[in-house]
Design a protein around this ligand. Structure first.
Ligand code: PMP
Length: 357
């Protein structure tokens, strides 16, 4: 018997499994979820619909009923919508279809780290053009780089995670215009920013928009995301996607929620009001600088007198989980807190004050 194991593919060697330190805590404010459950009346409808799902049958591979609903709401055809097992799956599909050996991805850090990992996993070269000090895009530098013509795809996050700011739509347009690279605008937090580049879709076939049910629609556990884009782009993505990745139960849940999406607006308004209160309270704390946000989370930096990692641990010890970016590139001593309800936010503020004392 040969006891050794042949090494995995070489590109995995320097990669770590994705670990967001999603630890159990009394107050979970680390993953930008909507901390409110789906409203009870909608939950009842979900239970009714899920009871009807044929569990022994494969799901509709493309989730056509849900696709039609999303297409209609966005003034598009079915062929311009593609569903995935969370936005994460679609991001991976994009790397598979537009990346690969000999191909190049343009990253704009600090941003969602999954983009870069997907590129490395698929042997795609990564070119980095960091954001500016206020986290806005380095628009001119990106435009010039795209104009060189060797970038295969790029992802612009708007609002950006973890900084919370929107991308200027003028820059999005200039970047879409700069070359034939696929330009993905990740609008995972669109329902909080209420800002979209949807009007640009009709003019730029190389542009597509990613959205998710995981944030505003309280369905992070259900795993549904979608892309809006040109049918030729989505046809390529269909070649690499897992045929049955969007399961029948999730499709049923998402149909009910999407049909009732107006009912989430009140909860979104409450989160936006709490965000402003939280920002004011963070600004009033000595040693803390909070960044303005168009989303449901706030990034804040701690003075060098504090050790961000130690503050994160003290918050966790007090039962409050936030996201630690203190060692991440471009995010020196930064933590990110998701906006919860009034009680959760008070717990966080109280624990932070104590952690800094
Ligand atoms: N894009 C961004 C910017 C995100 O923050 C997230 C979630 N962390 C996603 C995409 C993916 O979300 P999901 O897979 O839950 O749809």
């Amino acid at each position: 018997m040969n006891p050794s194991i042949r090494p995995a593919a070489p590109q995995l060697e320097d990669l770590q499994p994705y670990d967001p330190k999603y630890l159990p805590a009394d107050v979970m404010l680390s993953a930008n979820e909507n901390t409110a459950d789906v409203p009870p009346e909608i939950r009842r409808q979900i239970e009714h619909e899920v009871r009807k799902v044929a569990l022994n049958r494969y799901p509709d591979p493309l989730a056509n009923d849900l696709r039609d609903m999303i297409a209609e709401a966005n003034g598009l055809d079915r062929d311009q919508v593609l569903l995935g097992n969370g936005g994460d799956e679609l991001l991976f599909d994009i790397a598979l279809a537009w990346g690969g050996p000999g191909r190049t991805y343009l990253d704009m850090p600090p941003t969602f780290s999954v983009y870069r990992s997907n590129a490395l996993l698929t042997n795609t070269a990564v070119v980095e053009i960091p954001r500016q000090i206020d986290f806005s895009l380095s628009g001119e530098a990106c435009q010039r780089r795209l104009e060189q013509g060797d970038i295969d795809y790029t992802i612009i996050t708007s609002p950006n995670n973890p900084s919370g700011n929107l991308a200027d739509p003028l820059w999005v347009e200039r970047l879409a215009e700069a070359s034939d690279a696929l330009v993905v605008v990740d609008e995972a937090y669109f329902e909080f920013s209420r800002n979209t580049v949807r009007p640009l879709l009709d003019r730029y076939p190389n542009l597509c928009i990613l959205r998710t049910f995981s944030k505003a629609f309280s369905l992070a556990g259900v795993r549904i995301g979608y892309l809006l884009g040109h049918e030729d782009v989505l046809t390529q993505l269909k070649k690499v996607r897992q045929p049955y990745s969007v399961n029948a139960v999730s499709q049923a849940v998402a149909r009910v929620v999407y049909g009732n999406r107006a009912a989430f607006e009140k909860g979104i308004d409450a989160i936006l009001a709490e965000r402003e209160r939280l920002l004011g309270a963070l600004d009033a704390l000595a040693g803390v600088s909070a960044y303005p946000s168009d989303s449901n989370f706030i990034l804040f930096a701690l003075d060098d007198a504090y050790d961000g990692g130690a503050v994160w641990q003290r918050l966790l010890d007090a039962g409050v989980l936030v996201r630690d970016f203190s060692q991440a590139p471009y995010l020196h001593n930064c933590l990110r807190v998701s906006v919860g309800n009034e009680y959760e936010n008070d717990c966080f503020l109280e624990a932070l004050e104590a952690a800094l004392a």
